[in-house]
Design a binder for this molecule. Structure first.
Ligand SMILES: [Zn+2]
Ligand SMILES: [Zn+2]
Length: 193
């Protein structure tokens, strides 16, 4: 868990890049959660820029992949990780929508509230939304740290493509994923997947 001598310690930054004003308690909730899950100091990045060129008029959605590329240029530099939070409806070409996306073993991740506060129950501003966003944020960050999907439902790295699956899964890493995470942090760029 310690940084190598001479190298700056990687930090984790949270950046709200939504259209509406950020809900402070939502961001604080996510910050606290991912900080605990990954045992890292987590700070808020207060950039006012917003991603250009991410909107796809044919789909009326935003390309999460393009936003991730932009985050690397606009956000905190290497070696820091950046988790963007947004209210934009995100997609990748092969899927109708995504809750979020991350670069596997990279620096950038994003999570959106757009589909997490959807029906059946309106949860805007509620604790259920906060719990969902915290889980998906931790999940995408896990990918950014190099973790792949986990078979265990209680593990936050289990795959979830519906709200039911998001609500059913746990918020933390299982023992195996935690061990793998520690290994990946000590040996970033190593072939440990
Ligand atoms: Zn995933
Ligand atoms: Zn796991």
């Amino acid at each position: 868990m310690k940084g190598k001598a001479g190298a700056p310690d990687p930090s984790l930054y949270l950046w709200w890049i939504g259209t509406e004003t950020a809900a402070d308690d939502l961001i604080e909730g996510v910050r606290g959660h991912v900080g605990r899950v990954f045992g890292m100091t987590t700070r808020v990045w207060h950039g006012r820029e917003r991603p250009p060129h991410a909107f796809d008029p044919k789909r009326n959605q935003y390309s999460s992949t393009r936003i991730l590329e932009w985050l690397l240029e606009a956000g905190p530099g290497t070696p820091h990780k950046i988790l963007a939070m947004t209210d934009l409806d995100l997609f990748i070409p092969v899927l109708t929508f995504v809750f979020g996306e991350a670069q596997l073993g990279g620096r950038a991740a994003i999570v959106s509230t757009a589909r997490l506060e959807a029906a059946p129950v309106p949860v805007r501003g509620g604790r259920l939304l906060a719990a969902r966003v915290a889980k998906e944020a931790a999940h995408e960050l896990g990918h950014a740290f190099g973790l792949v999907h986990c078979e265990l439902m209680r593990c936050v790295m289990s795959r979830s493509s519906s709200l039911l699956e998001v609500d059913a899964k746990g918020g933390g890493l299982c023992h195996d994923c935690w061990t793998r995470y520690l290994d990946l942090r000590e040996n970033p760029g190593g072939s440990h997947v």
